[in-house]
Write a protein that binds this ligand. Structure first.
Ligand SMILES: N[C@@H](CCC(=O)N[C@@H](CS)C(=O)NCC(=O)O)C(=O)O
Length: 217
């Protein structure tokens, strides 16, 4: 039976689960969320502890949380892209970076986005500044890390976390000129076929970006 992924083409965390599926050519069906498919939303509300997506279904197995979905795919549906490094020490580093991208890049960009969702005309300036300051701090940390370390050249847990978070973070707060390694990483990630596919499939939804999508990427 084919895998089913509940999510939305414009959702950053859905991308995080789509990238490994695309990179390994794993067969799956996207169960898109939206008003047209109320049953899909009901499923997510029932099976995710916070009603969030993505949610992966593999026969009788339901997996929630994008990182856990990648770990699950690495174990049960392995492919050419070794999503989790085989070397346990490198796997620790991959998991550390996954947390950094989720907790300090994705979370801070979402803080700004949510301020606009709450009140598009008058978003809370304190929330916007706190989110943007968090992004600048995370960017600087990542730039220093990239200066001292190498990332694996293939699609891994790190690229699955980094690609969507850097894609949208740069729309909220541009990666500054003093972070050239991070800007280059973002460009490299966006050029990966699995990521480019997510970007293209999400284009029709750009008008939904609460801050207004920039005319690039
Ligand atoms: N920690 C979750 C976060 C998932 C998440 O925040 N998903 C967003 C879409 S990108 C969502 O479900 N938003 C709708 C909501 O919060 O109700 C994960 O890693 O999968």
């Amino acid at each position: 039976m084919s895998l089913e992924l509940y999510g939305h083409p414009f959702s950053s965390y859905t991308w995080k689960a789509l990238i490994p599926l695309y990179a390994n050519g794993t067969a799956f069906e996207l169960r898109e969320l939206g008003r047209e498919f109320p049953g899909h939303s009901e499923f997510v509300q029932k099976h995710h502890p916070a009603g969030k997506f993505p949610v992966l279904v593999d026969g009788g197995q339901i997996v929630v949380e994008a990182t856990a979905i990648i770990e699950y795919l690495a174990v049960h549906h392995p492919g050419e892209a070794p999503l989790i490094p085989v070397d346990p020490a490198k796997a620790v580093t991959a998991r550390m970076l996954d947390r950094v991208f989720d907790n300090y890049v994705m979370a801070n960009l979402n803080r700004v986005v949510v301020a606009y969702i709450v009140d598009r005309e008058h978003p809370d300036p304190a929330e916007i500044e706190a989110g943007k300051a968090g992004l600048r701090r995370a960017f600087a940390w990542l730039e220093a890390w990239l200066d001292a370390n190498m990332l694996p050249p293939h699609v891994s847990l790190v690229s699955c976390a980094a690609a969507p978070s850097l894609f949208y973070a740069d729309w909220v707060e541009r990666i500054p000129e003093d972070c050239p390694r991070l800007a280059a990483l973002r460009a490299d990630l966006l050029a990966l076929p699995a990521v480019a596919r997510c970007i293209d499939d999400a284009r029709p939804y750009r008008k939904l970006f609460p801050l207004g999508a920039p005319d690039r990427d």
